[in-house]
Structures are given as structure tokens and as C-alpha cells.
Design a protein around this ligand. Structure first.
Ligand SMILES: Nc1nc2c(ncn2[C@@H]2O[C@H](COP(=O)(O)OP(=O)(O)O)[C@@H](O)[C@H]2O)c(=O)[nH]1
Ligand SMILES: [Mg+2]
Length: 203
């Protein structure tokens, strides 16, 4: 896949205010600090993504970026920090759930998991919810440069064994490092593959 032009499109506080679009969307989510902004930068080959994503106000919104005038990369707010009032946390969940279950052109969700840790309850709960709602997703084990290959493999296996009972087929797994660029090609290839699968077949 050649270099793509990545442009910030817009931010939305709810499903209702998301832009009307036919472009397939690939959404990224994970707990705060998992390395989402860093990975999105590496994927897009730009600093713009992380800059927007880190701007106060934008961090709690759904941020849309156009990729090469063909698909969109969607940066969802990080889960896991239930700071603030209860009603604020509820609103936040509603926004994420609304987008993930209601967005017609959502092609796939990538759930980032910190590869240094054994399975965390909050990630497992989120993955269980995605499975219950039949939202198509893949797992992305991030920050692989910080973990030895043996432990990485063990943490992936542990995570898979925890979720196996909830799914017929295990979700696809990617490993990435924003530091070394590991996994960038595989993720972009998977996106390209999904896009090809979505395109109308021409005779
Ligand atoms: N060594 C290493 N550090 C990373 C990697 N990805 C992110 N970080 C660091 O982890 C911290 C959180 O990253 P960030 O991308 O802001 O996480 P976000 O909150 O999920 O957007 C920052 O200090 C990053 O420099 C990675 O792949 N390798
Ligand atoms: Mg971030």
C-alpha cells in the first residue's frame, strides 16, 4: 500500500453527530496509555493524528481522519479511566456503544491491548461486549518492543484462553510497536484486504 494522505475530517460527540459517509471506517480503541495515539501516527505516517487526538476537548470525542480519499481511520476515546461524575461515565459509554453498534460503515474495530500485561478485566469485559454485539474486531498487542518474545506469546495465549468460551472463532491478532514500526505493514495489509472484500465485484 502506498503512502496515504491523512487528513483530519471532524470530531463528533455522539453517533447522531457523526459525519454522513460511505467510506469504510476502521476504528481504534483501548485503555488510556495503551499506545493508541503513537500507533495511529505510525500507521498514518503523520503527526497530525496524535496532535488532534491529544488536544483537550478532542480526547473525549470520536475523531475522524480521511485516508487517501477512500477510507476513514476513527480514533475512539480511551476507556478505563472512569474519572468524573457517574453520569459523565455513562454518557461516555453511550457514545462509544452508540458508535460501535450503530455506525453502518464501520468495517472493523482494532482493540489495543498492552502486551506487557496479563489479561486485564477491563479489556476482557470490553471484548466480551464486542462479541455479544457482533461487532467485527481484531486484537492489537501494542508496545512489543518492551516485552520479551516469550512473555508476549504467553500474554496473547492467556488472553485468547480467557475469551475462547465467548466466541466461535478467535479474533485475529496483531502485534505492534510504535517504536520499531513492527506490525505496521500487517495492519495496513489487513485493512487493504478488508477493503477489497467490501468492494463490489466487477465482472
Ligand atoms: N516503548 C514504547 N513506548 C510506547 C509505544 N507506544 C506508545 N508508547 C509510549 O506510551 C505512552 C502512551 O502512549 P500514547 O500513544 O499517548 O497512548 P494513548 O493514551 O493510548 O494514546 C507514551 O509515553 C508513549 O511514548 C511503543 O510501541 N513502544
Ligand atoms: Mg491518545
Amino acid at each position: 500500500m502506498k503512502a496515504l494522505s491523512c487528513k483530519f475530517q471532524t470530531s463528533a460527540p455522539s453517533l447522531e453527530s457523526c459525519p454522513v459517509s460511505d467510506w469504510p471506517e476502521f476504528a481504534f480503541i483501548g485503555r488510556s496509555n495503551v499506545g493508541k495515539s503513537s500507533l495511529l501516527n505510525v500507521l498514518a505516517g503523520t503527526k497530525e493524528l496524535a496532535k488532534v487526538s491529544a488536544t483537550p476537548g478532542h480526547t473525549k470525542l470520536i475523531n475522524f481522519f480521511s485516508m487517501g480519499d477512500a477510507w476513514s481511520l476513527v480514533d475512539l476515546p480511551g476507556y478505563g479511566y472512569a474519572k468524573g461524575a457517574r453520569s459523565e461515565a455513562d454518557n461516555f459509554q453511550r457514545m462509544i456503544a452508540g458508535y460501535l453498534t450503530g455506525r453502518k460503515n464501520l468495517a472493523r474495530v482494532f482493540v489495543l491491548i498492552d502486551s506487557r500485561h496479563s489479561p486485564q478485566a477491563i479489556d476482557l469485559e470490553f471484548v466480551q461486549w464486542l462479541l455479544e454485539e457482533s461487532v467485527p474486531f481484531a486484537l492489537v498487542f501494542s508496545k512489543t518492543d518492551l516485552v520479551k518474545a516469550g512473555l508476549l506469546g504467553k500474554n496473547i495465549e492467556l488472553f485468547q484462553s480467557k475469551i475462547a468460551a465467548w466466541c466461535g472463532e478467535l479474533p485475529r491478532v496483531f502485534t505492534t510497536s510504535a517504536k520499531t514500526g513492527n506490525g505496521r505493514r500487517e495492519l495496513l495489509d489487513a485493512i487493504a484486504e478488508t477493503l477489497r472484500g467490501l468492494s463490489p465485484v466487477s465482472e
